[in-house]
Design a protein around this ligand. Structure first.
Ligand SMILES: Nc1ncnc2c1ncn2[C@@H]1O[C@H](COP(=O)(O)OP(=O)(O)OP(=O)(O)O)[C@@H](O)[C@H]1O
Length: 382
């Protein structure tokens, strides 16, 4: 229904300067301020137009949520946010003049934009990890959904594809990566006082489990955990890595927030099971990453189906189609489904991940997931 209350020129100017303030003060860089393109009246609503060049979907959603939060706190709710490309300079001789991608194009915020630009560089304050090209955080809003299983098998699948990979088990309360990779030796320290990560299955591995037995870990407090984690980022001799996989602690609390804000994470992978409680937590994970401007590479649905080993009947123990719905609704890629099979637990407990076994069906599934992760990660980063 069309609104009748007219928006005055003064109101538009006020909102324009408020937006510039919000964007300048809070998002921090000059290039962001240049993104506020115009504020216009549209049938009694404010139409806020942003330049979207180089912003991916996560970034656009993040901006939109950010603006919404600030404006609703100022009692402004009659607005919509639009993204559009800047007019391009004259095309270079090699440019395809018929390519519609070259034309300025208006999109509402829920539409994909071209990947990668200088704006995807880590905001200041984040400190890179020397030698590490891309950092991928594996997260779940809820514990026990298979985050460590996915981290380990994703790391190995990337290694199988020829990448140099490290895995950091940042899960203080349940460091299961040493067990899953059967690596229990104490890390050594080199002459530069850097911790040398042990290797297993070709992966460089670091874990709280090497330092803190589980029964003492639970008494660790936030600042201690953060300090230890920061040592794992910057005081470990990771060497040259194409990917560092970080198995985050479950949940979306302060620890996770601080963690994702202290290093330049290329993207996140969210693990969920198909039942509603896990999906709700996965949505919290999506919100956390969007709030912190960490791109979401996609969602993995673990424990999708169970096939009875004796009769072959397929059962959806935790429900069906949940991650697909989350993927569609929140516009995050669906990376794949991993079935619930006893062999995954057994191999995890035995320290022999299934992705280390040739021709195993689970290896093939993780190879497909890894391919999508690489594709999405490369398209997002420089
Ligand atoms: N697809 C699967 N099929 C069978 N068992 C699985 C599957 N995925 C994970 N498991 C088992 O479920 C248990 C929990 O998995 P995992 O430790 O990976 O979860 P998590 O989310 O990291 O847990 P936490 O919250 O404790 O860190 C493990 O014993 C693991 O081997």
């Amino acid at each position: 229904m069309e609104k009748t209350n007219k928006i005055t020129k003064e109101a538009i100017q006020k909102l324009e300067s408020l937006l510039t303030d919000i964007v300048l003060n809070s998002l921090g860089t000059v290039s962001w301020s240049e993104r506020v393109h115009a504020v216009e009246e549209d049938s009694g609503n404010f139409k806020i137009r942003f330049y979207s060049d180089g912003l991916n979907l996560s970034a656009k959603t993040g901006i939109e949520e950010f603006i919404r939060l600030h404006l609703t706190s100022q009692n402004i709710s009659n607005f919509s946010v639009y993204f559009e490309r800047k007019e391009k300079p004259a095309p270079s001789p090699s440019a395809d003049k018929t390519n519609p991608q070259q034309q300025p194009q208006e999109t509402h915020s829920h539409q994909a934009a071209p990947p990668k630009s200088a704006d995807m560089r880590p905001p200041s304050g984040k400190r890179p990890i020397t030698g590490v090209d891309r950092i991928i955080a594996v997260a779940s809003g809820k514990g026990g959904v298979g985050k460590s299983t996915v981290s380990v098998n994703l790391a190995l699948a990337l290694h199988n594809q020829g990448y140099k990979v490290g895995i950091l088990d940042a899960d203080i309360y349940g460091p299961s990566v040493p067990t899953m990779l059967n690596v229990h030796q104490d890390p050594l320290v080199n002459e530069n006082n850097k911790i040398i990560p042990p290797e297993a299955y070709g992966l460089k591995v670091m874990s709280f489990g090497f330092f803190a037995p589980e029964e003492t870990a639970v008494i660790w407090r936030g600042p201690m955990i953060m300090k230890a984690l920061q040592q794992f980022f910057w005081d470990v001799e990771w060497g040259k890595l194409d990917f560092l996989i970080i198995d985050l602690p479950p949940g979306t609390g302060d620890a996770q927030l601080t963690l994702v804000q202290s290093i330049p994470i290329t993207g996140s992978v969210i693990v969920t099971t198909p039942q509603n409680v896990a999906l709700l937590d996965a949505v919290k994970g999506i919100a956390m990453f969007r709030k912190t401007e960490v791109p979401i590479l996609g969602v993995v649905e673990n424990m999708s189906t169970f096939t009875c080993p004796s009769c072959g009947t397929e059962t959806h123990i935790f429900g069906t189609g949940g991650a697909d719905r989350v993927s569609e609704k929140f516009e995050v890629p669906l990376l794949g489904h991993i079935p619930l099979i006893p062999e995954i637990r057994e191999s995890g407990d035995a320290g022999e991940p299934l992705t280390s076994k040739h021709n195993h069906n689970v290896r093939i599934r993780f190879a497909e997931i890894a391919e999508k992760v690489v594709k999405n990660a490369i398209s997002l980063s420089k």
